[in-house]
Design a protein around this ligand. Structure first.
Ligand code: PFF
Length: 459
């Protein structure tokens, strides 16, 4: 067992190791896996993209996640204060605290647009349960999606409901309620993704989907430089790393937990959910004559077509969207935690007060994303000659820049600035060999890879 000052956390602890792993899985598995992964894989050509993404998960994601949990567990406070405390104890610059601030800002930015998508999903829970999609075909399903995002009031309303619910649960503290949601909902979500997959197989789209996702054609990889940064950004996004969410969760880790095995479970489950979602969605897309590159409406169109044409689809489809809402919810909570924990420590105020303020900031920012699909759809921010809507801008800013930069500095800090004794004992890696591997991966491979992707993409 690691000796640490775990009784010093002002926020309490996960009730058990299982609870910590569940919470971290809850944070990692979300819209990134079910909504985003399939559509960006579709837009970026399939297998080659998936392959690069897997390399990013292994070479960058795993070391960054271990480093982040290690820092949280050592500091035992909010990311900002953990970093400041560690810097003070090790005689390092206070500037390391800025890394925590970037995470707080990044978390609010991501939460703002994440809640917009989650709001659409929530709307689909009700629309599906109402029977609206019974017997629907792909064209009608995609029209229905267009109607929702084009309506500022409707999507604004669902977005607001989702965000307020998130704030409410964060205000109550992380353990109550969350455990139940994750313990029951994740397995059920798996099952319903399988139902979608079986529907896709029955419709005859599985062969093409499998080929699209796993068949690497080395003569024609179809990868652009942009695909590289998209794959790397998504590796950060899907694992919830680079902005302190997992660091905050690591601070509440019980002393008997092992970081290595927790990271193993989180990464495997997260990747599995993405792969099943991808296969299911592409199978249906192919069977229905949709392109896998159909963009951000892909999940909505394929899931409604599948369940709309299945026996009991009203119930199963509604349930499916409900479970995706829960998955989004357990991720959204973790996006708020670094900010909430810090302001509670700083002002000694109640979680409810801080949550209200943070949610209000995310709400204002999020409305801009809601409107970028309707009222502000012509308002573009021009970057590198490309016009981006506000939604696209915030999405890219966080995943291409904030999260990877955060990850870069987190790796450098743990590999080169902190004594190996502290790092190794928290990671429970005590051999010289372990130290060498850590320095290679966290100190060289991950930072160089992040830097190289930046350089290739931006210069
Ligand atoms: N990992 C979440 C998903 O895949 O949906 C999104 C996310 C949560 C990103 C928390 C970043 C974060 F800190």
């Amino acid at each position: 067992m690691v000796q640490d000052n775990y009784d010093q956390s002002p926020h309490g602890f996960w009730s058990s190791n299982t609870m910590f792993v569940l919470a971290a899985v809850g944070s990692a598995v979300g819209l990134g896996n079910i909504w985003k992964f399939p559509y960006i894989t579709g837009e970026n050509g399939g297998a080659a993209f998936f392959f690069v993404y897997l390399i990013c998960i292994c070479a960058i994601g795993i070391p960054v996640m271990m480093a982040e949990i290690m820092l949280g567990r050592t500091g035992r406070m909010s990311p900002i204060n953990s970093l400041l405390k560690i810097a003070r104890e090790q005689g390092l610059s206070r500037k390391w605290g800025l890394l925590g601030w970037a995470g707080v800002g990044g978390g609010l930015v991501i939460l703002s647009f994440y809640s917009v998508i989650a709001g659409w999903i929530l709307a689909y829970v009700f629309r599906t349960f109402s029977g609206e999609f019974g017997g629907v075909d792909a064209a009608t399903a995609s029209e229905a999606f267009g109607d929702l995002i084009g309506n500022p009031w409707m999507s604004g309303l669902w977005f607001t409901i989702f965000l307020v619910a998130t704030g409410y649960f964060v205000a109550r503290g992380v353990n109550r309620g969350l455990e139940l949601v994750i313990r029951f909902c994740m397995p059920l979500l798996f099952v319903l993704l399988f139902v979608m997959l079986i529907y896709g197989i029955a419709q005859g789209g599985f062969g093409q989907a499998f080929q699209f996702m796993f068949h690497l054609d080395f003569n024609n990889l179809g990868l652009s430089w942009d695909s590289l940064v998209i794959a790397m950004g998504h590796a950060f996004f899907t694992l919830s790393i680079g902005m302190g969410a997992i660091m905050a969760y690591g601070a509440y880790m019980p002393p008997e937990s092992s970081i290595k095995s927790a990271v193993g479970v989180i990464v495997v489950v997260d990747t599995l959910v993405a792969v099943i979602a991808g296969l299911a969605i592409f199978s249906i897309a192919y069977a229905d004559g949709l392109s896998p590159g159909a963009g951000l409406g892909l999940l909505f169109t394929t899931a409604t077509t599948a369940f709309g044409n299945l026996w009991g689809g009203v119930v199963f489809g509604g349930l499916f969207f409900l479970l995706v809402t829960f998955a989004a919810f357990t991720s959204a909570i973790s996006l708020l935690e670094p900010a909430i924990a810090y302001f509670v420590e700083k002002f000694n105020s109640r979680r409810a007060v801080v949550a209200t303020v943070c949610v209000s900031v995310a709400w204002i920012l999020g409305l801009l994303s809601v409107f970028s699909f309707n009222l502000l759809s012509n308002f573009n921010i021009e970057i590198g000659g490309e016009p981006w809507t506000i939604f696209a801008f915030l999405d890219h800013l966080s995943q291409w820049i904030i999260l990877p930069l955060g990850g870069l500095f987190i790796c450098l800090l743990t590999a080169w600035f902190l004594p190996w004794k502290t790092v190794g004992s928290t990671l429970e890696v005590r051999s010289l060999e372990g130290e060498v591997w850590w320095k290679i991966f966290a100190g060289v491979v991950a930072p160089v890879a992040i830097f190289a992707v930046f350089a290739l993409t931006f210069f």
